[in-house]
Design a protein around this ligand. Structure first.
Ligand code: CU
Length: 150
C-alpha cells in the first residue's frame, strides 16, 4: 500500500466517523412567548431514536403569571382532560406525578420563567402522533402542538 492511498483511506474513515457523529440524534428547538404561543406546532421525528428538545421561554413576564413548560403526551392521550387536570399539580410545576394523568406523560421540561431554557432528551417508542402542551393553568388550549413519529 503506498502512502498516498493510505492517506486517502484514513481521510475517508475519519470522514465517515465524523458524519455518523454529526447525524446521530434529532434536535428539536421550540420557544414560547408572552402571548401564549409556541413558535412551532408540528414536528416530525424518527421512532426509537434519542431526541433532544431545547425549549426556551422568550417572554419577559414573571414565571408566576406567564410560566411555560412542554409536556409531551403519549399517543391517544386525553389532551383536554390532561390540561384541565394538570392545574391541580401546582406543587410539581403542573405535571401530575401519580394517577392516570401521570400515566399519559412521556416527557416534560421544567416550568420556565422569562429568558430561561431547558433541554431534555427522550425517545418516541412507537409511530404515532404525540401531542405536547404547556400545562401552566389556562395555556393548553392555545399552547399545543404535535410531534409525528415515523
Ligand atoms: Cu405556557
Amino acid at each position: 500500500m503506498n502512502s498516498k492511498f493510505a492517506l486517502i483511506l484514513m481521510s475517508l474513515i475519519s470522514l465517515s466517523v465524523f458524519s455518523s457523529v454529526a447525524l446521530a440524534g434529532t434536535t428539536l428547538e421550540l420557544t414560547a412567548n408572552d402571548t401564549m404561543q409556541f413558535d412551532n406546532k408540528a414536528f416530525e421525528a424518527p421512532v426509537g431514536e434519542e431526541i433532544t428538545l431545547v425549549f426556551t421561554n422568550k417572554g419577559a413576564l414573571p414565571k408566576a403569571a406567564m410560566g411555560h413548560n412542554v409536556v409531551i403526551l403519549k399517543p391517544g392521550s386525553d389532551v383536554m382532560g390532561f390540561g384541565a387536570g394538570a392545574v391541580a399539580a401546582a406543587a410539581t410545576e403542573y405535571v401530575p406525578q401519580s394517577g392516570p394523568l401521570a400515566g399519559q406523560v412521556l416527557a416534560y421540561t421544567k416550568l420556565l420563567g422569562p429568558g430561561e431554557s431547558d433541554t431534555i432528551t427522550f425517545t418516541l417508542p412507537e409511530a404515532g402522533v404525540y401531542t405536547y402542551i404547556c400545562s401552566f393553568p389556562g395555556h393548553y388550549a392555545l399552547m399545543k402542538g404535535t410531534i409525528t413519529a415515523k
